[in-house]
Design a protein around this ligand. Structure first.
Ligand code: S3P
Length: 175
């Protein structure tokens, strides 16, 4: 049982959902998939929300969702890749949790997302160069938000979860 939440952030395709699901089973922590929860509530896919309501509307939904988690603990939350775009979101996550940044190379990300059409911001950008450009634009925000950073390239979900737990313990000891 964790007395706080673990928020997984990182670019699309860095493995946040896979890691969250594995972590939830391994450490008996409740798993929240933000995109999935938002899509379910809105009764439409993320692609349709972007197309019909616009990105700003989607970003507002992300912020409202994080506000609802305010009083909760023992959650691992797989956040949408753009959650760090708003400083308010970062502060909400920091209030009751640790923020873990997952990273992967543009090449690995490209491989993972190439057959997926559910990410509107990657439309027409499914090549390592375009992915790297968008990643670079966001890099500073990811780094500033992260309490812990873990590279996922070549690692299993089990290894990543082990690293997350060890790093969180270390970070807690430093507090
Ligand atoms: C986005 C990432 C997506 C989803 C939306 C926008 C982004 O989530 O929230 O398409 O801005 O990086 P994943 O990172 O889970 O793919």
């Amino acid at each position: 049982m964790l007395a706080y939440n673990v928020y997984l952030i990182g670019f699309m395709g860095t493995g946040k959902s896979t890691v969250a699901s594995y972590f939830g089973k391994k450490h008996v922590v409740d798993v929240i998939e933000m995109d999935e929860a938002i899509a379910k509530r809105e009764k439409k896919s993320i692609t349709d929300i972007f197309a019909e309501n616009g990105e700003r509307y989607f970003r507002d939904l992300e912020t409202s969702f994080l506000k609802e988690l305010d009083a909760k603990k023992n959650l691992i939350v797989s956040c949408g890749g753009g959650v760090i775009l708003r400083e308010e979101n970062v502060q909400l996550m920091k209030k009751n949790g640790k923020i873990v940044l997952l990273t992967a190379s543009p090449e690995v990300i490209c491989e993972r997302v190439k057959n997926d059409n559910g990410r509107p911001l990657l439309k027409g950008r499914k090549n390592p160069e375009a992915i790297k450009m968008l990643m670079d634009e966001r890099q500073k925000k990811y780094e500033e938000a992260a309490d812990i950073t873990i590279s996922t390239d070549g690692k299993s979900a089990d290894e990543i979860c082990e690293e997350i737990m060890n790093e969180i313990k270390r970070a807690k000891e430093r507090e």
